[in-house]
Design a protein around this ligand. Structure first.
Ligand SMILES: Cc1ncc(COP(=O)(O)O)c(C=O)c1O
Length: 489
């Protein structure tokens, strides 16, 4: 029997057949199976007879027969007495055809996704490689992390872990106690360790809160501009996003909008990314709204440890007398991005439903990193690292502002802020922040476009420039690169 090349591209099998470590009949079986999986051999396609195939591939006939037997046993082919071997329908149905393009396949797959998955498909900011570019925002000083002390805490946690295999559902008790006493002293948060629920980062915590507090279509107040992760999570739950402008005094909720939402997500200590602090008057107004409407407030307190003009401000939660505030904190920015531990401080009535939901949807956070962090805090390393980083970040911020002043003053105007890990600059008229950022990225500089953080049409053009993770040489190199981008525009 003659080999039909178009139906049976034997040259495709050669690389596999040359694999030395596996028997040849297995290599041929895998090659044939691959052809079926990739749709190169469609349902009903006839396989060549064993003799001509063996001749054409320079194999023994027994090798080919053994490969066919395996295909038959796994249901990829069937034999019809007197006619030969054919690709089965079930094999061909299970796998797509080769002439379907990947995009037509993914389109079909998308059609089968849930509404939630469709809503998640909103933008791809999170696929950008982390810490790859200079001046990227939200990168702490990675080289300064006290690895030795962390290692000691890991060793300790490894030793005591055998007594801690069962979690209460809220998270490791030692860690919750450390967090509670830290928050009471430093952030003025009113809490008991039993109100703290540990998560793998605050993104997860905030997303679960939105799922628990909002039905699709219900209103939620969101700052404009705001953090991508919050906007994405709000979109994902299908809530009705009501944008609230953030000005110099922070989140500005006007009386006419008060009835539109049951939840507000805010960054009162430092608006992300603009850096404004929510004024006392507006804090009290927001708490009043929550008390009057039975509304909830999620306070996303992502990096308020790094305030340079004085100690961290009292949290919004600390002012709340009605238990309407859910306080969210994270260690990923303060310590290291790979320490994926965040937490919620919950009002009493939310502890049980949130804990049950977390168990069902996400399960426990691994105990070893929780115990490690608890020990790291108990030994005083957390506080001393924060103190050290506060000084370092202040000097890095001053350096950035000097460099911008020297090399970019005609193009950029600083938005004042009392701390943080990045600065925001507004762009001079006539420049597009997207264009600047795209060109800067080509030169290895990862500043972000301010306009991307806005959902409304009222987008301001500016740059979000991270300084915390970058030393003098890196900042100088990056600012010179940015200057060249501006002069070429
Ligand atoms: C404003 C804001 N909220 C929440 C998060 C999420 O933090 P985590 O890394 O703990 O998920 C971030 C992370 O950068 C952030 O910038």
């Amino acid at each position: 029997m003659k080999l039909n090349k178009s139906e049976f591209p034997s040259e495709l099998f050669l690389p596999l057949l040359q694999e030395e470590k596996i028997p040849r009949y297995i290599a041929l079986f895998k090659a044939l199976r691959q052809s079926i999986i990739e749709g190169k051999m469609i349902a009903g396609a006839k396989l060549p007879a064993s003799r001509p195939l063996a001749q054409s591939l320079k194999l023994s006939r027994n090798t080919v027969k053994s490969a066919f037997e395996l295909l038959l046993a796994e249901g990829y082919i069937e034999t019809r007495p007197g006619s030969g071997s054919f690709v089965t329908h079930s094999a061909a149905i299970a796998f797509p055809r080769a002439d379907e393009t990947p995009s037509s396949r993914s389109f079909k797959a998308e059609k089968k996704l849930s509404k939630l998955a469709e809503r998640l498909n909103w933008q791809d900011h999170h696929t950008i490689p982390y810490a790859k570019y200079l001046l990227e925002p939200a990168i702490p000083a990675l080289a300064e992390f006290p690895w030795m002390q962390w290692q000691r805490a890991v060793n300790y946690a490894g030793r005591v872990m055998k007594h801690q295999l069962v979690s209460s559902g809220l998270g490791c008790a030692q860690l919750r106690e450390q967090i509670a006493s830290y928050l009471q002293i430093v952030r003025g948060v009113k809490c008991h360790s039993n109100n703290i629920l540990i998560f793998s980062g605050s993104q997860q915590a905030i997303y679960l809160s939105l799922q628990m507090l909002l039905n699709p279509g219900e209103g939620v107040f969101v700052e404009d501009p705001c953090y991508f992760g919050i906007e994405g999570a709000v979109n994902a739950v299908g809530a009705n996003k009501i944008l609230i402008e953030s000005d110099e005094q922070g989140f500005n909720l006007s009386p006419d909008k008060q009835y539109l939402a049951k939840l507000a997500v805010v960054t009162p200590s430092r608006n992300y990314p603009l850096g404004h602090t929510l004024s006392l008057q507006r804090r009290l107004a927001l708490l009043q709204w929550a008390a009057d409407q039975g509304g909830w407030i999620i306070e996303d307190d992502y990096d308020s440890e790094f305030r340079f003009d004085g100690p961290p401000l009292t949290s919004l939660q600390g002012l709340d007398t009605e238990q309407r505030v859910i306080y969210s904190g994270t260690f990923s920015r303060i310590l290291h991005p790979s320490i994926r531990i965040g937490y919620l401080v919950l009002p009493d009535q939310l502890v049980r439903p949130f804990t049950l939901a977390k168990q069902l949807m996400q399960g426990d956070v691994s105990i070893l990193p929780q115990l490690t962090l608890a020990q790291f805090m108990a030994a005083g390393h957390f506080s001393s690292h924060v103190r050290r980083m506060r000084k370092l970040y202040l000097s890095r911020r001053n350096l950035l502002q000097q460099l911008v002043e020297q090399h970019l003053s005609g193009y950029l105007q600083l938005v004042p802020s009392d701390g943080g890990m990045h600065c925001v600059y507004l762009l001079a008229a006539g420049f597009s922040d997207e264009v600047i950022c795209r060109r800067a990225r080509e030169l290895g500089v990862g500043v972000k476009a301010l306009s991307h953080y806005y959902s409304s049409e009222n987008k301001r053009q500016g740059l979000v420039i991270g300084f915390a993770g970058f030393n003098q040489q890196q900042q100088q190199r990056a600012i010179m690169a940015l200057a060249s981008v501006f002069s070429d525009c």
